[in-house]
Every structure is written in structure tokens, then in C-alpha cells.
Design a protein around this ligand. Structure first.
Ligand SMILES: NC(=O)c1ccc[n+]([C@@H]2O[C@H](COP(=O)([O-])OP(=O)(O)OC[C@H]3O[C@@H](n4cnc5c(N)ncnc54)[C@H](O)[C@@H]3O)[C@@H](O)[C@H]2O)c1
Length: 248
């Protein structure tokens, strides 16, 4: 019960890594809000996790929706201990000059602007209490980019710098801010990174991961649990690779 008595908002918590993080958090005694643009999937996930999970329709790229999400959590629990900025999208593998402006805007809004919007909605109440943890799910793409995912890579680099900047500014208020850098993982998003899900493409990706497997939602749940628990009370500003050695 490493998160006993805590409360957490997990954006994009209805699928993939976010779902793995939500499952682990509930298992460790945390009450969670599954905040997802796919409200139906969020409700299924919350039902599956039991009475310590609730679903919230939320679009992390829209200020009004993020404010509603924060208000719903406050009304439910009184305060928010943990915020996991996990929702993310990518454009398909494309030469950088061919990515549409619409796709660029969508990737930056969901992956980067969301960190700004959730900070505006939630940091003030963390400051008031003098305690809080924020975890941003970035990517190895922000450290060791692969070609043809240029603007996605750049959005994750932004997220890593935002994590460090937030950590240094918020440390005096007792708020820790860290990031996870997952390597390619077994989630619905994987196909979008690979372009096509074929044995050859999988082998190509796996060849770059020394531990020889894709990451999993359980891997992210375990790493997130540690960084968001009091065991990590001296850790802030870290962007931790969960990548089987890919960034060595
Ligand atoms: N899967 C990978 O290979 C991989 C690798 C590195 C980093 N990541 C990052 O991990 C995070 C989770 O990815 P995943 O692989 O679990 O993807 P996923 O597609 O399985 O899940 C993403 C979830 O986010 C939700 N979402 C999308 N846009 C949203 C919005 N505007 N507001 C609220 N929710 C929204 C989706 O409905 C979905 O439930 C992302 O930030 C992604 O960039 C993924």
C-alpha cells in the first residue's frame, strides 16, 4: 500500500500506459480519477478498477475541460495529491516537412499545452497545501529521436524541459515534478509509431532495445508508483528512462 490514502488524476488513463498506472495506483491504495477524452473507455476502466476509481470525460488540450476535471476531483476528494500527465498522441511516421499543420497543432496541444493547462488548474491548490507530485509521461523520443517522428519527438523534448523547469520552480513549495521516458510499448499507440504493425517492423524496433522486449503498462505502473510515492521524496526533476537500455 505504497500510495495509501493518496488521490491521483491520471490523464489518458483509459488505455495503454495510463491504464497500467491507474491499475497499479489502485492496487497500492490510491484513489484515482481516469480522465480521458474517450469517456466510454474511461467508465469501463473505472468500473473494472472498483470503488476507488472514477471516470471523467476530459480533453487535456482544452482549458475549460481541464478546469472542469480539476474541479470534479476537488469536489470528490477535497484535494489532489498526484497528477499524472499521461495523455498523448502522435502524427504518423512522415518526412518532417510533410506533416500537416493540423497534425502538428494536435500533437503540441495534447502533449505540451496540456502540461501548461493542468499546471494552471492544479498547481495553485498543491501550493496551498505545500505538497504535491506531478509526473509527466514523456518518451525516449525526447532523448534519442527516431527519424520521421520529428514533431512528436520535439513535443516530448519540450515535456522533459518543462519537467525540469517546473521541478526547480516548485521545489520550495514542496511539489515534486518528474518524468518517465518509456521506450516503444505494447499499447494501441505502438502501431502509429511503427507505421505498420508487421513482424519485420517489430524486429527493427526490438533490435534497438538491449533488454529485447517492448515496454508494458505494468512497467510504467511500477515506475510511476515509485516516483509518485513518498519513497521518492528526495527525487525531483528526473526524466527516468523505462526503456530496457535503449538510450544507453
Ligand atoms: N506506446 C508507446 O510506444 C509509447 C512510448 C513512449 C511514450 N509514450 C507516451 O505514453 C503516453 C501514453 O501512451 P499509450 O501508448 O498508452 O497510448 P494509448 O493511445 O494507448 O492511450 C492514450 C490515451 O490518451 C487518451 N487521450 C488522447 N487524447 C486525449 C486528450 N486530448 N485528452 C484526454 N485524453 C486523451 C486516449 O483516449 C487514450 O485513452 C503518451 O503520452 C505517449 O506519447 C508511448
Amino acid at each position: 500500500m505504497r500510495l495509501k490514502g493518496k488521490t491521483a488524476i491520471i490523464t489518458g488513463g483509459a488505455s495503454g500506459f495510463g491504464a497500467g498506472i491507474a491499475r497499479k495506483f489502485v492496487h497500492e491504495g490510491c484513489r484515482v480519477m481516469i480522465a480521458d477524452i474517450n469517456g466510454t473507455a474511461a467508465r469501463h476502466m473505472a468500473q473494472d478498477l472498483g470503488p476507488n476509481a472514477v471516470a471523467q470525460d476530459a480533453d487535456v488540450a482544452r482549458a475549460a475541460s481541464v478546469a472542469e476535471m480539476a474541479e470534479a476531483a476537488r469536489a470528490l476528494w477535497g484535494h489532489i495529491d498526484i497528477l499524472v500527465n499521461n495523455a498523448g498522441v502522435t502524427h504518423l511516421p512522415t518526412p518532417l516537412e510533410d506533416v500537416t499543420e493540423e497534425d502538428f497543432d494536435r500533437v503540441l496541444a495534447v502533449n505540451a499545452k496540456s502540461v501548461f493547462l493542468t499546471a494552471k488548474a492544479i498547481v495553485p491548490q498543491m501550493k496551498e497545501r505545500g505538497v504535491g507530485v506531478i509526473l509527466n509521461v514523456a518518451s525516449t523520443a525526447g532523448v534519442s529521436p527516431r527519424p520521421r517522428l520529428n514533431w512528436y519527438n520535439a513535443s516530448k523534448g519540450w515535456m522533459i524541459t518543462a519537467t525540469k523547469a517546473m521541478a526547480v520552480e516548485l521545489a520550495p513549495q514542496g511539489i515534486r515534478v518528474n518524468a518517465l521516458n518509456p521506450v516503444a510499448g505494447e499499447t494501441p499507440l505502438l502501431k502509429s509509431f511503427m507505421g505498420e504493425d508487421t513482424p519485420e517492423m517489430r524486429a527493427k524496433f526490438l533490435a534497438t532495445i538491449p533488454l529485447g522486449r517492448f515496454s508494458t503498462p505494468e512497467d510504467m505502473g511500477n515506475a510511476a508508483c515509485y516516483l509518485c510515492s513518498d519513497e521518492a521524496s528526495m527525487i525531483t526533476g528526473v526524466a527516468m528512462e523505462v526503456d530496457g537500455g535503449r538510450c544507453i
